[in-house]
Write a protein that binds this ligand. Sequence first.
Ligand code: BG6
Length: 487
Amino acid sequence: MTFKKGFLWGGAIAANQVEGAWNLDGKGMSVSDVKMFKSNVSVEDYAAHNAVTSESIKTAMNESGDANYPKRRGIDFYHRYQEDISLFAEMGFKTLRLSIAWSRIFPTGEESEPNEKGLQFYENVFKELKKYDIEPIITLSHYEMPLHLTNKYNGWADRAVVDHFVRFSVACFKRFKNLVKYWLTFNEIDSIVRHPFTSGGIVLDKCPEGEIEQTIYQALHHQFVASALATRACHTIIDDSIVGCMLTKLTTYPNTCNPKDVYLSLQSNLNNHAFSDVQIRGEYPILFLKQLELKGIEIKMEKDDLDILKSNTVDMLSFSYYMSRTESADETLEKAAGNTIMGVKNPYLPSTEWGWQVDALGLKISLLELYDRYRIPLLIVENGLGAVDTLDNDGRVQDSYRIDYLREHIKEMKEAVELGVDLIGYTSWAPIDSISASTSQMSKRYGFIYVDQDDHGNGTLERYKKDSFYWYQHVIQTNGEDLLYTL
Ligand code: BG6
């Protein structure tokens, strides 16, 4: 058998994309509650789409409904979690990765005591998971910081947010110490440089003039410190806890053997690894610091920051992998879309309906690269295909394209394990259709379970098992040995 006994097969979701109930039981507004629906955002307009402004926040705060803000409604996991978890259990899930909405626990982020109803909700969810022996893997920050912290501090730009985050983390560790062993601090911590609002609560018009990059990297430093402090607290409060960092793995290829292309791809890979380097090695890579210095960016650090980073490194590396990228020095080449970042089109790879280039072998390359670099356990916490699915009259969704995508990726992951990579689990994104992080579309579906809801919130919210549901169930049943199951 390739995968060890106890391999963590499952799926991954995030509170802001599934829960809904954005203003129930004391929950405060979060940054995701003010992200407006815009159909089919291309990566080229991604920055513009994400440019939430002080003005657009005001407008959103004055709107009481969810018509324009799909993440406010999610897929109503808040009320349907029992049904959804029973479906995950039917597929045989060993784990579910999910996040805790910070603003459900500390509505503004600044309260001194947590909101009991928020804690109770997650306790119920975790107990429901335990009923089926499903191990929760919890992300503390997945694009859903309290909006108040954005309005008051410009999000992570202000050091004050570190203490607020640590207080939130400690409240979670204390309450869930007997229910949760696996914790991830920041989802795709590198993404703050691509979408500073979603990831860091930073509104660009609130940054000092000419200091946008300076603000973003300062905020990133605050997140690194907060992550290290949360790691320390977790290790102290929960004896056998395992804490991970979480990286968007953006493996980049040179378009040709032209050294200029190779150099660009090297730079891109070094930049990508810098984020995990800080959290795993406990220090900023020299080349990364030099790069910031050359850009005129100066990270302000408090006296103990470097010690905090050094003494509180993570136990494992989790990452998302959807695609690879290709870099070229030739600026005239056709571009390809991607997970909030563009590259040039790789002629050897097909693309999804959203233009993300599909590269299963790239997953093996990424696994080998990461394991060779860090030699700590790896966990794939996101991988999947966003596609338009059709529910037919018999309530069936024939998503063979999704099965093909996942099969090819799992095949490569298996080979990486055979080559010696210590991989402890795989949670596909997302086991149930949810609101897309980047576009807020419902029509970009990833699930094994179809949810009857359209982009505008119409539908019964009923759940249907897609063909991929049965395929993944068989994959888990055979511990990844048989990937060829057909209905
Ligand atoms: C990852 C995020 O970047 O990509 C998820 O962590 C997100 O939250 C996933 O949903 C897929 O992206 P999208 O934009 O298609 O939902």
